[in-house]
Design a protein around this ligand. Structure first.
Ligand code: GLC
Length: 763
C-alpha cells in the first residue's frame, strides 16, 4: 500500500517539470540522512530508588534518571525526565512543594508514585491523572490511563472526530499535497497537547517536544493513551482545573494570542491567483458596486517574479503602490503570500545576502540544504536564529513600502517537492536549536515569529500561517489548508478548528468553500454561514476551482451571500472584543459545547460551536436540509432573529438564508449597525460585560452591568462617547438619569457621555 502510494506520488511529479530536481533532492537527502541521522538509544529508566526535596521542587530518583517534579497550587505540574533542544516555552514560577512518604503535595493537590506510575489527585482523593512510568529506548514513550467514557481533543490541527479516542495520530507538520478530506493525517500543524475529560474532571497534558511523534489514543489498548517520541526532551506539563482556567494557565507557558488589527476580522477574498493589478481592481470595484463589505484581498504566488519571495512580477504588478492606494481608498487591504523557500539564484539579493552571511540551513557537513519548491531549487533560512529572524523581518519593510498590509505564510512545514519519501526537510539538516528531526515542528513557528517581531514594532500585524506549534497565536493566525470541497469537509473544518482550540490556538479559520473543488451555491452559502464566527472569514480556492466571488453564484443567491457578509460585519465589534479578551486570558475564542455542559449527552455535540461564552452557532451541515436540532447548554438562550427565549433541545427551521444563532441570556453583545449598539439580553440575574472597543489601533474598555432591579452602571474609556443600548427579552418603558425620567421606544436608548449610572423603568 505504502509502495503504491509512493509510486503514485512519483508518477504525479512527471508533469511539473521539476522531476530532475525532485530526484536529485530525494537522493541527496537519503544520502545525508543515512550518514547523519541517528535514532535515539536511551537507557531504560530502571527501578525507583528514592524521593528527595531540593529547593522548591522534588526529585524522584530512578536507577538511570532523576524525575524532577515542579508544581503550582493552582494545578500546574511539570515533569522533567530528560534534557533536549531548547524550545520556545516560558519559564513559569512554581510553588514550594511538600514531600511526605514519596507523596508530593501542593495547594489542594497531591502526586504520589508507585510501580505503575504517577497519580495526581485532588483534595477529596479523586484521581485526575494517572501517567505510567515512561519507557525509553529508540523512542521515548509515555502512557496515560483512560478511565471509562473519556473524551480527548487537541494535538493541533487534526481532521478527526470530536473525540479523538480510538485513533492513532502522527505529530509531524506535513503538507497535505494540495488536497485532503476528513481523517487525513498528519496535517500542517501538530502539537503534543491533549485535553482529557473523564468523570467530571479534566486536565491537559503538554509535552515540550517538537520532533516526530505518534499518539495512540486507546486504539491498541482501550485503557491507555501512549505518546511515542523519536527525539528528546521528555518534559511534560499536566494542567488541571475547570476547562477555561486550563487554557489560561497553558497560555502562561506557551504565550497568549496577540492583539490583531480590527480589519483582519472582516471579510477576506482570495484565490489562487488573482493575476494582475487590473484584475484585483476590478474585483474590488465589483464588491463596492454591489455593496458587499470587503476587508482584504489576497495575492497568491503568481504575483512574484519567478516565485522569488520579496519580489513583484513587473509585468502583472508593476504598479503595486498605486494598487494598494486605490484599495486603501476603498477600505480594502492587500495581503500577499510569503514563502520560506528562497530561490537558488546568484544575483537575487535575498539569496546572495543569506549565502554571504551563512543564514541558510545546512547539512551537518556545512553544505547548504537545497530542495525544490515553487521556484525550483531553493534554500531555507534558519529561522530558529535571532539574527536570521531579524534580517528576514526587516525584508517585510519592502512589502510595507508597497502598501501591503498583511502576510500569508504558506509552505512553512516546510513543504518540499520530493520524488519519494517525506515531503519536508532532511532529518539531518542542522538548525541552531537542534537537528531538523528534533525541531521540525517549529519551522513555521519561527518564520511567523520573524515577521511578527519586526512588524509588531510599528503596527499590529496580520500574519496568516499554515504551520505552527504550541502558542502560535502569539504570532499568527492559522487556517486549515488545502481542504477538499464537500459537505463532509465543511463540517470537518469545524471539528479541526475545535481541536485547535483544545490545543490553545485562538485565531483560526478555513478556506470557505474548500480549496479544491467548486461548491454549488447551496454548499458555498452553508459554508459561509458555518464560518460566520470563525475568527478568519476568508474565501479561497485553487486554480482549477470555478471562480468564487460572491456574484459568481448568480443573481438568485447574491442577496443571501451579501446578507451573510453584512451580518458578519455587524458583529465585528463583538468579535474584536472577544479577540482582545482572548489575548488577555489566553482562552481560545471558538469553543465546543462540552465546555459549557457536564451533561454526558452534550459531550459529543459535534455540529455546533460557541463563540466566546455568549454566542452559539448551529450551522446546517447537510445538503438540502432546512431544519435541524439544536442542543443548548444550560440556561436560557435568545434566538438572534426573533428574540424567542429557548432552552434545552429544540428544533429550528433554517431555510437557505438562515443561520441558527443563539445568544445566552445575561450577556451583552456589541454590534455595528451604522453606530455601535450594545444589545442586552435580559436574564433574571442581571447582565454584565466587559467590552474592548477598537479606538484606531488602541483598545478602549467599556464595563457595563445591569442589576436585577434595572440599575445600569457603565464605565468607559475616554474615546468612547455616547453608547446606544438595545434591550431584549423585557419591556423597558423608560430611563431615569439623575432624577429625570425619559420614556423610550423600541427598548432602545442612548447613554450620553459622562453618564455612568441610570435606572431602567420596566413595564
Ligand atoms: C498551497 C496553499 C494554498 C495556495 C497554494 C498556492 O497549496 O495551501 O492555499 O493557494 O499553495 O500558493
Amino acid at each position: 500500500m505504502q509502495l503504491l502510494e509512493e509510486i503514485d506520488g512519483f508518477l504525479k511529479t512527471f508533469g511539473d517539470g521539476m522531476l530532475k530536481d525532485r530526484i536529485s533532492y530525494s537522493l541527496t537527502r537519503d544520502r545525508y540522512d543515512s550518514i547523519y541521522y541517528k535514532k535515539l538509544n536511551m537507557k531504560k529508566i530502571g527501578r525507583f530508588l528514592s524521593a528527595e526535596k531540593s529547593n522548591k521542587y522534588v526529585y524522584f530518583h530512578f536507577e538511570n534518571y532523576d524525575l524532577k517534579v515542579e508544581a503550582r497550587g493552582d494545578g500546574v505540574f511539570k515533569f522533567s525526565w530528560t534534557d533536549g533542544p531548547k524550545l520556545p516555552v516560558e519559564n513559569i514560577e512554581f510553588d514550594d512543594l511538600q514531600l511526605h512518604d514519596n507523596t508530593v503535595s501542593v495547594g489542594n493537590y497531591s502526586i504520589s508514585l508507585d510501580e505503575n506510575g504517577l497519580y495526581l489527585k485532588d483534595q477529596d482523593g479523586k484521581l485526575i491523572y494517572q501517567g505510567y512510568i515512561p519507557d525509553f529506548n529508540e523512542v521515548l514513550s509515555q502512557s496515560l490511563r483512560i478511565f471509562g467514557d473519556d473524551l480527548f481533543s487537541g494535538l493541533g490541527e487534526k481532521a478527526g472526530p470530536i473525540n479523538l479516542r480510538g485513533h492513532v495520530y502522527r505529530l509531524w507538520n506535513h503538507d497535505a499535497k494540495g488536497s485532503y478530506g476528513p481523517d487525513s493525517d498528519p496535517l500542517y500543524l501538530n502539537i503534543p497537547v491533549l485535553l482529557h475529560l473523564h468523570d467530571d474532571v479534566s486536565y491537559l497534558i503538554f509535552f515540550e517536544n517538537a520532533g516526530d511523534a505518534t499518539v495512540d489514543i486507546g486504539f491498541s489498548r482501550e485503557d491507555k493513551v501512549t505518546f511515542y517520541f523519536k527525539s528528546k526532551p521528555m518534559v511534560y506539563y499536566v494542567i488541571t482545573g475547570d476547562i477555561k482556567s486550563i487554557y489560561s494557565k497553558f497560555s502562561e507557558i506557551t504565550g497568549k494570542p496577540y492583539r490583531p488589527p480590527y480589519w483582519a476580522f472582516g471579510f477576506q477574498q482570495s484565490r489562487y491567483s488573482y493575476m494582475s493589478s487590473a484584475e484585483v481592481r476590478s474585483i474590488v470595484d465589483r464588491f463596492n458596486e454591489l455593496g458587499i463589505p470587503l476587508s482584504a484581498i489576497y495575492l497568491d504566488i503568481d504575483y512574484m517574479d519567478e516565485f522569488k519571495v520579496f519580489t513583484f512580477n513587473s509585468d502583472r504588478f508593476w504598479d503595486v503602490k498605486d494598487l494598494t492606494k486605490y484599495l486603501g481608498e476603498r477600505g480594502v487591504r492587500l495581503i500577499t503570500i510569503m514563502e520560506p523557500n528562497v530561490k537558488m539564484e546568484p544575483g537575487y539579493t535575498i539569496y546572495d545576502e543569506a549565502v554571504k552571511n551563512g543564514y541558510f540551513i545546512k547539512y551537518p557537513d556545512g553544505n547548504i540544504f537545497y530542495a525544490p519548491v515553487w521556484p525550483l531549487m531553493a534554500a531555507f533560512p534558519d529561522f530558529s536564529r535571532n539574527d536570521v529572524r531579524e534580517w528576514w523581518g526587516k525584508k517585510y519593510d519592502f512589502m510595507k513600502k508597497n502598501g501591503v498590509s498583511g502576510f500569508w505564510h504558506d509552505m512553512n512545514e516546510p513543504a518540499i517537492f520530493v520524488a519519494w519519501g517525506d515531503n519536508s526537510m532532511a532529518l539531518s539538516a542542522a538548525q541552531s536549536n537542534g537537528s531538523h528531526s528534533e525541531v521540525h515542528n517549529l519551522f513555521g513557528y519561527y518564520m511567523d515569529k520573524a515577521a511578527y517581531d519586526h512588524l509588531s514594532k510599528t503596527e499590529r500585524p496580520f500574519i496568516l500561517s499554515r504551520s505552527g506549534w504550541a502558542g502560535i497565536s502569539r504570532y499568527a493566525w492559522i487556517w486549515t489548508g488545502d481542504t477538499e470541497t464537500s459537505w463532509k469537509e465543511m463540517k470537518q473544518n469545524l471539528l479541526t478548528i475545535l481541536h485547535m482550540s483544545a490545543s490553545g490556538i485562538s485565531l483560526t479559520g478555513c478556506d470557505i468553500g474548500g480549496f479544491v473543488g467548486s461548491p454549488d451555491a447551496e454548499l458555498f452559502i452553508r459554508w459561509l454561514q458555518s464560518a460566520i464566527f470563525y475568527p478568519l472569514f476568508r474565501v479561497h480556492s485553487n486554480k482549477k476551482s470555478k471562480r468564487r466571488e460572491p456574484w459568481e453564484f448568480g443573481e438568485k443567491y447574491l442577496g443571501i451571500i451579501r446578507d451573510i457578509i453584512k451580518l458578519r460585519h455587524s458583529f465585528l465589534p463583538q468579535i474584536y472584543s472577544e479577540a482582545i479578551s482572548s489575548s488577555i486570558t489566553g482562552i481560545p475564542m471558538i469553543r465546543p459545547v462540552y465546555w459549557y455542559s457536564s451533561n454526558p449527552d452534550m459531550l459529543l455535540v459535534d455540529d455546533e460551536y460557541l463563540f466566546g461564552d455568549s454566542i452559539l452557532v448551529a450551522p446546517i451541515f447537510s445538503e438540502h436540509s432546512t431544519s435541524r436540532i439544536v442542543k443548548l447548554p444550560p440556561g436560557l438562550w435568545y434566538n438572534l432573529y426573533s428574540d424567542e427565549k429557548v432552552f434545552g433541545e429544540i428544533k429550528v427551521e433554517a431555510p437557505l438564508n438562515m443561520i441558527p444563532i443563539y445568544i445566552r441570556s445575561g450577556s451583552i453583545i456589541a454590534r455595528d449597525e451604522g453606530k455601535l449598539i450594545l444589545h442586552v439580553f435580559h436574564s433574571e440575574e442581571g447582565e454584565s460585560a466587559k467590552i474592548y472597543i477598537d479606538a484606531g489601533g488602541e483598545d478602549s474598555e467599556l464595563d457595563i452591568s445591569v442589576s436585577k432591579d434595572g440599575k445600569i452602571n457603565i464605565h468607559r474609556g475616554s474615546s468612547i462617547k455616547a453608547v446606544t443600548i438595545k434591550f431584549h427579552g423585557v419591556y423597558v418603558k423608560g430611563i431615569t438619569i439623575n432624577g429625570n425620567t425619559k420614556y423610550i421606544e423600541d427598548n432602545l436608548f442612548e447613554i450620553e457621555e459622562g453618564v455612568n449610572e441610570l435606572q431602567l423603568i420596566f413595564q
